[in-house]
Design a protein around this ligand. Structure first.
Ligand code: SAM
Length: 233
C-alpha cells in the first residue's frame, strides 16, 4: 500500500539538486526514468555511459529504494573517475553523480515529477505481471498511464519494455501500439541508430533480467518512439 507516500504538489516542489548535487547549477532535470527500478542494475549500468544525462529510478518498496540509495552513495564515494581527457566534454568529476532514486508510486502523478517532454527514455523492465485478469488494471502499461507517459516523454523519446512473461509482453505491445502518440521501433533500427549499449543494458543489467537468464527464461523486448506532436494535429 502507498498510503504513506507523499507526492510532490508541483514540479517546483522537487529539489533536484538534492539528488544530483554535482549538477545543481545546471538546471537539468532527469532525462531517463526507470519505472520500478528494483535494485538499480539498469541505472548503475547506464550512468557511466551517459555521464551528463540525469537518470532517476522510481521504486515503490521502501527497503529496495533505500538499498539503491545506499548503493549509489557508495559508488559516488568509492568510484574513481576515468582520467580526464582533453577531449572530454563531461561536466562531472566523479562518476555516478548523474544517477538517483526516489520512492514513489509511478502510477500516480508522474507529471508532478517530470516536466512536459523532459524525458528521452522511459524504462519498464520486467514489471510485475499481475497475472490474474481481475488484477490487470494494476498493470503499469494502460491507456490512462500511456497519456501520462506521452506527456513526459519528448518527441523522439523511447519507451523500452522487456519481460519474460509472454502474456504481459503482448499486453504492453498491444496497448502501446494502439496509442496514437507512440510508434513501434524495432531492435535493429535502434541498434543502427546507436542505442545498442542501452539495449544491452535493458537485456542484461537488471537483477530481474539476470534471474531470468539463470533460469533459462525467454525475454521479450518491445520499444516505442514518441511521435512528433505536430503529426497529431
Ligand atoms: N526493473 C527491475 C529489474 O528488472 O530488476 C525490477 C523488476 S521487479 C519484478 C518490479 C519492481 O517494480 C519491483 O521492485 C516493485 O516494487 C516495483 N513496482 C511495482 N509497482 C510499482 C509502482 N507502481 N511504482 C513504482 N515501482 C513499482
Amino acid at each position: 500500500s502507498d498510503h504513506a507516500l507523499d507526492y510532490p504538489s508541483s514540479l517546483e516542489a522537487i529539489d533536484w539538486s538534492e539528488h544530483y548535487p554535482a549538477f545543481a547549477a545546471s538546471g537539468k532535470t532527469p532525462e531517463f526514468a526507470d519505472i520500478g527500478c528494483g535494485f538499480g542494475g539498469l541505472l548503475i549500468a547506464l550512468a557511466p555511459l551517459f555521464p551528463d544525462t540525469l537518470m532517476l529510478g522510481m521504486e515503490i518498496r521502501v527497503q529496495v529504494t533505500q538499498y539503491v540509495q545506499d548503493r549509489i552513495a557508495a559508488l559516488r564515494t568509492t568510484s574513481v573517475a576515468p582520467a580526464p581527457s582533453s577531449m572530454s566534454l563531461s561536466t562531472t568529476t566523479t562518476p555516478y553523480q548523474n544517477v538517483s532514486v526516489i520512492r514513489a508510486n509511478a502510477m500516480k502523478f508522474l507529471p508532478n515529477f517530470f516536466p512536459k517532454h523532459s524525458l528521452s527514455a522511459l524504462f519498464f523492465l520486467f514489471p510485475d505481471p499481475h497475472f490474474k485478469a481481475r488484477k490487470h488494471k494494476a498493470r503499469i502499461i494502460s491507456p490512462t498511464l500511456l497519456a501520462e507517459y506521452s506527456y513526459v516523454l519528448r518527441p523522439g523519446g523511447i519507451i523500452y519494455t522487456i519481460t519474460d512473461v509472454r502474456d504481459l509482453h503482448e499486453w504492453m505491445n498491444a496497448h502501446l501500439d494502439a496509442f496514437p502518440l507512440f510508434e513501434s521501433v524495432s531492435e535493429t533500427e535502434l541498434r543502427e541508430e546507436g542505442f545498442g549499449p542501452v539495449l544491452d543494458a535493458v537485456y542484461h543489467s537488471t537483477e530481474e533480467g539476470k534471474k531470468v537468464e539463470r533460469n533459462g527464461g525467454k525475454k521479450w523486448l518491445a520499444c516505442f518512439r514518441r511521435k512528433e506532436a505536430s503529426r497529431m494535429v
